[in-house]
Design a protein around this ligand. Structure first.
Ligand SMILES: NC(=O)CC[C@H](N)C(=O)O
Length: 209
């Protein structure tokens, strides 16, 4: 079967922000650099203004939610996302981009960019972390290169996904990778392995934008 080949490296100089308030930044930066993009740490509104897209990394979503407010990033970030800026949310980043968060803290606010309901820390309650080999699809076709080895750390479960959401991978019946337009979310940490396919697919949404 013809697979969806990951596209070639994007145009040089593509500036991809990484939300650097808290959480894992350097490995995402390395993956983006390896694909020919320029990673930019985003800590405030001026940083955000200069980027073409944004990675929201793993970490602690309640802390990140608070820091979005104290850094004055929440409103400009919401505006860029509403304007169609590509975004990749991994683990805590997925929680921040979801429309609904279950088991969140009362003061935790998500951005509502992708129509999924997530439950925090609910994947395999018995074990904090696990790894799984995932079959990935993109635009309805299998992604070339075989299974994607995915690392889950206190991962959110996707309990529901709306009709406009394309589910790209599952563990059991649970979506663990999903996309709605230029917003891509993963319950796992693609930056913790050397497999660049997910970052490359994310960068392909910039070309469409
Ligand atoms: N690895 C992660 O990003 C974990 C997410 C964390 N459990 C949260 O709810 O924010």
């Amino acid at each position: 079967m013809a697979g969806a080949a990951p596209p070639d490296a994007p145009r040089p100089g593509l500036k991809v922000g990484i939300l650097a308030l808290q959480g894992e930044v350097s490995r995402h930066a390395a993956a983006l650099r390896a694909l020919g993009a320029t990673p930019v740490e985003v800590r405030g509104p001026a940083d955000l203004a200069g980027v073409d897209g944004l990675v929201l990394p793993g970490g602690e979503s309640t802390t990140m939610s608070k820091l979005l407010d104290s850094s004055d990033l929440r409103a400009p970030l919401a505006a860029r996302l509403a304007d169609g800026m590509p975004a990749l949310g991994t683990c805590a980043g997925m929680i921040l981009l979801a429309t609904e968060v279950l088991d969140g803290r009362a003061d935790q606010q998500s951005l509502g960019t992708i129509d999924v309901t997530v439950r925090r820390n609910a994947f395999g309650r018995q074990v904090n972390s696990f790894e799984a080999d995932l079959d990935l699809t993109w635009d309805g076709a299998a992604v070339d290169g075989g299974p994607f080895h995915a690392v889950f750390i206190r991962a959110p479960v996707v309990e529901a996904a709306g009709p406009d959401v394309e589910v790209l991978a599952r563990v059991g019946e649970h979506p663990v990778l999903a996309r709605q337009g230029p917003t891509v979310v993963a319950s796992f940490h693609p930056e913790l392995t050397d497999d660049l396919r997910l970052h490359r697919l994310f960068l392909s949404t910039f070309e469409e934008n």
